[in-house]
Design a protein around this ligand. Structure first.
Ligand code: GDD
Ligand code: MG
Length: 324
C-alpha cells in the first residue's frame, strides 16, 4: 500500500511561525511534526506521496536532507486545492486501497489493524475516529450498525454535531474515492466528498489511545506532552550541566549549558539557552535564543527568535527573528 499525506495547508493558526516555516516541520518532542505522523506507517509501505502546496520547496528539501525509511515523492499544487483537490492532484499511480494521513495529527494508531478493518468490512474506506469534548474544529461522524458512518458534518455548530466521534485525520480508502473528487478546482474532501461516500459504505474505527491535532499553539504543546508521555519523545533526559526536571529533547547543535528546564521542552537545532534561563512546556525552533536569566513558559519560539536577558515570555508565539 501507498500513503497519501496532505501537507499543503497554510497553518494559519500557527502564524507568525508559519509565515516562514510549514507547520509540519515545526519540531515536537525532538523531531518535526511530519516525522511523528509518518512514524505511524508500517515499514512495508511502498511509497509515501506528499501532497504539498504552501512552502512545498521547503518540505521537499527537508525530506531529501532527512531521508525516511520509504521512498518519498512530493506532488506540489500550483495553487491551494483544498484537501480533496490535493488528493486528486496526487492521485496518479495511487495504490488500491491507500492510507490517507493529515500531517498534523499526533496519535497512537495501529495502521495494520486499520487496513484489516477495511478488508473485513468492504466498502470504500475506514476513517479513524477520536472522541473529543469540543467537536467544533473537526469533522463529526454519526455512527450506525457495525460503526458504519451514517452522517458526516465538517466543523458543525455544537447543536448540529451528531456525536463526539470526530475524523482523526488518518484513514484507509479504496482508490475509487479519488475518482469521486471533481478535478481542476479546490475541493474540501471532508465537506464535499465524504458525505457522498456514505452510501457506498464508509466505516469508523474508534481510537482508544491518545490523539491530538497539533494545528494551534495550545494543541501543539499538548501534542508534545502526549508524545513525551507516550515514550515517543526519546529519552528526554536532562542535558549535562543543566538543572530541573525535563523531559527535554535537545536537537543537533543546540547549546544549553547551565540552564534550567521544567517539563516538556524541545530545544531545536542550533538553539541556545543561556545559563540562568528557565524553559518549560515550550518549543524553541532552529537557532532560537533564550538569553541569561530569561524565562520561557508555554511558548513557541520561531527560528532565530530571541528572548532578551531577564525577560519573561508566557503563552507566546514568536515568528522568525521575533524578539521579546
Ligand atoms: N495539499 C493540500 N492542499 N493539503 C492541504 C490543503 C490544501 O489546500 N489544505 C489543508 N491541507 C492539509 C493540511 O496541511 C493538513 O495536514 C490537512 O490537510 C488537514 O488540514 P487542516 O487545515 O489541518 O484541517 P483541520 O485540522 O481544520 O481539519 C481536518 O483535520 C481534522 C482532524 O485533525 C479535517 O480532516 C477534519 O475533518 C478532521 O477532524
Ligand atoms: Mg489540522
Amino acid at each position: 500500500m501507498k500513503a497519501l499525506v496532505l501537507i499543503g495547508g497554510f497553518g494559519t493558526r500557527l502564524r507568525p511561525v508559519t509565515y516562514t516555516v510549514p507547520k509540519q516541520l515545526i519540531p515536537i518532542a525532538g523531531k518535526p511534526m511530519l516525522y511523528h505522523v509518518l512514524d505511524l506507517l508500517p515499514p512495508d509501505v511502498e511509497e509515501v506521496v506528499l501532497a504539498t502546496g504552501y512552502k512545498s520547496d521547503i518540505v521537499d528539501a527537508y525530506v531529501r536532507g532527512h531521508p525516511l525509511r520509504w521512498p518519498v515523492r512530493t506532488v506540489p499544487e500550483a495553487q491551494p486545492l483544498g484537501t480533496g483537490g490535493g488528493m486528486k492532484n496526487a492521485a496518479d499511480g495511487m495504490s488500491d486501497p491507500f492510507f490517507l494521513l493529515n500531517s498534523d495529527v499526533i496519535a497512537d494508531i495501529d495502521m495494520a489493524a486499520l487496513a484489516r478493518r477495511q478488508a473485513d468490512r468492504g466498502g470504500v474506506g475506514v476513517m479513524t475516529l477520536a472522541e473529543v469534548e469540543d467537536t467544533r474544529p473537526y469533522g463529526v461522524a454519526a455512527l450506525g450498525e457495525a460503526d458504519r458512518i451514517t452522517g458526516f458534518v465538517e466543523k458543525p455548530e455544537p447543536e448540529r454535531a451528531p456525536s463526539h466521534w470526530i475524523n482523526a485525520g488518518v484513514a484507509v480508502y479504496r482508490r475509487e474515492v479519488l475518482d469521486a473528487i471533481p478535478p481542476g478546482r479546490p475541493v474540501s474532501f471532508e465537506q464535499e466528498v465524504v458525505p457522498q461516500l456514505l452510501d457506498r459504505g464508509l466505516y469508523g474505527l474508534r481510537l482508544s489511545g491518545y490523539w491530538d491535532d497539533a494545528g494551534t499553539p495550545e494543541r501543539l504543546l499538548r501534542s508534545q506532552r502526549l508524545l513525551f508521555d507516550g515514550g515517543r519523545g526519546g529519552k528526554g533526559a536532562l542535558p549535562t550541566g543543566c538543572f530541573g526536571s525535563g523531559p527535554v529533547a535537545v536537537m543537533t547543535g543546540a547549546t544549553v549549558r547551565g540552564a534550567s528546564f521544567g517539563r516538556y521542552v524541545t530545544v531545536g537545532p542550533g538553539a541556545i539557552v543561556e545559563s540562568g534561563a528557565y524553559v518549560e512546556n515550550s518549543i524553541l525552533m532552529d537557532g532560537a535564543r533564550v538569553d541569561r536569566d530569561a524565562t520561557v513558559i508555554g511558548s513557541l519560539l520561531g527560528p532565530r527568535s530571541r528572548v532578551h536577558p531577564g525577560h519573561r515570555v508566557t503563552g507566546q508565539v514568536l515568528g522568525e527573528h521575533g524578539e521579546a
